[in-house]
Design a protein around this ligand. Structure first.
Ligand code: ZN
Ligand code: FE
Ligand code: FE
Ligand code: FE
Length: 201
């Protein structure tokens, strides 16, 4: 445990409110409120990851290049492991795994569906659009896991923090791979591509 160290840079654990007065909540109560919030956020990302397990095959199927399709396929397998990893985390917390709808991930996935509808099959532009949509998803996950790792440390669950850090690393890796696919091939092809449905409206 490194509570002293982590609570120093965690504003959330301060027991004073905005006006500087004592919040009336003891350190112990604050700790249990944080724990409850942490579990709720786990339920949110658990829903999000399970949603992505279902969605990534659609993105894989929609991709133009094998390179991008393979990236989605690999990340789908990683995402299944991330779901299992979250179940492990729930167990470490003494909680039963429960999914609570993540409104943000639902919205990001709707955007991905939208770009598939709005772009033509077998075009580089389709892949540019898919990469952009997928990076929005990865960035949301990076923000979530980054915060969860820090919060796990704050509540003294360093073993949980280590498990979540593994997923955080995978999300960053996925994001970087998408960037390199975009930089190496897809964006350039997209820039020279002619639409087959006439001029842009
Ligand atoms: Zn869907
Ligand atoms: Fe994930
Ligand atoms: Fe969420
Ligand atoms: Fe991901």
């Amino acid at each position: 445990m490194e509570r002293g160290k982590s609570s120093k840079n965690q504003g959330a654990t301060k027991s004073t409110n905005k006006s500087g007065k004592s919040s009336g909540v003891s350190k112990k109560e604050n700790q249990s409120l944080l724990r409850k919030f942490f579990v709720e956020e786990l339920q949110d990302i658990y829903w999000a990851e399970k949603h992505l397990v279902k969605e990534l095959p659609k993105m894989q199927k929609a991709a133009t290049t094998d390179e991008l399709a393979d990236a989605f396929g690999d990340h789908q397998a990683a995402t299944e492991e991330q779901v299992t990893r979250l179940e492990e985390v729930f167990k470490m917390m003494g909680e039963t795994p429960k999914a609570k709808k993540c409104e943000a991930m639902e919205g990001l996935v709707k955007e991905a569906h939208g770009v598939i509808e709005d772009t033509e099959e077998q075009t580089a532009t389709r892949d540019v659009a898919l990469i952009m949509a997928a990076q929005k998803v990865e960035h949301y996950e990076i923000a979530t896991y980054g915060s969860l790792v820090q919060l796990a440390k704050t509540i003294g669950m360093n073993d949980v923090a280590d498990v979540l850090a593994e997923t955080l690393r995978e999300e960053k890796e996925a994001d970087e791979l998408l960037t390199s696919i975009a930089e190496n091939s897809v964006n350039e092809e997209g820039a020279t591509e002619e639409g087959t449905e006439g001029e842009d409206e």
